[in-house]
Design a protein around this ligand. Structure first.
Ligand code: MN
Length: 250
């Protein structure tokens, strides 16, 4: 038996809708701007940027959304999430749906927006803004063999019953096959990898106690309550101006 210096950590997993099986999560790739945020925005000519989160950032989207440390702008981004079932590199976009996608989920690319602004200003890495604990809640995965490959369907998010984000997955600027093919030209994709495909306009900060309800129609829906920040008095951040950053950033 291999003699590890400490016990191997349990793999990160996501539940699969309607079964007791679990999906073991590998890497988490996130696509930058991939919806039109303004009506007059020109069609993109270059592929969007991508970044990563650790697998350990993924949690089932249930009950509590933990407020992270070191931010006053904990922002929501609802996204269609693609789960890879067969990896590869230099994947042909025409093969992506038939051979490489295992299924889909709705997920939140939670973002410490103030740290992202600082990273953009300083030309620094995005990990402090994006790759923190519990930053990637996901609904149970739905196998493509049951839901098909979504070409349309509302993607939406409400906070305390007030809608903040609504678009349609038909509005994705770069399609899922194009995104998977792009990533596979840069890295070798593997079974278990997740791809967050970008968020529509309307991203904004959350406060402790907010109830976030969100989903992708035909795929999944979540409802979570935002916890208090670690070590802070509950409600300590409520005075922060929540409007100034709304819709301002990618
Ligand atoms: Mn995002």
């Amino acid at each position: 038996m291999t003699d590890y210096v400490f016990p191997l950590p349990a793999p990160t997993t996501l539940p699969i809708a309607g079964t007791a099986q679990l999906f073991p999560v590998g890497r988490v790739y996130c696509i930058g701007r991939n919806y039109r945020w303004r009506a007059d925005e020109a069609a993109p000519t270059t592929m969007p940027a991508w970044f990563m989160k650790p697998a350990s950032a993924v949690i089932p989207a249930e009950v509590v959304l933990p407020y992270p440390p070191e931010t006053a702008e904990f922002c929501h981004e609802i996204e269609l999430v693609v789960a890879i079932g067969r990896g590869g590199r230099d994947i042909d976009p025409a093969d992506v749906e038939a051979n490489h996608i295992w299924g889909y989920a709705a997920g939140l690319d939670m973002t410490r927006r103030d740290l992202q602004q600082e990273a953009k200003r300083a030309g620094g890495p995005w990990e402090p803004a994006k790759a923190f604990d519990y930053s990637a809640p996901c609904t149970p995965l739905v196998p493509a063999k049951s839901c098909g490959h979504p070409k349309q369907g509302a993607i939406w998010l409400s906070v305390n019953g007030i809608e903040r984000q609504r678009a349609d997955v038909a509005d994705l600027l770069w399609s899922v096959p194009e995104l998977i093919a792009m990533l596979s030209r840069s890295v070798t994709l593997a079974p278990g990898d997740l791809v967050f495909t970008g968020t529509p306009v309307g991203v904004a900060p959350l406060q402790p106690g907010d109830v976030v309800t969100a989903g992708v129609d035909g795929i999944g829906q979540l409802s979570m309550i935002v916890s208090s920040p670690p070590g802070a008095n509950p409600g300590a951040l409520r005075g922060a101006d929540a409007s100034h950053s709304r819709q301002a950033y990618a």
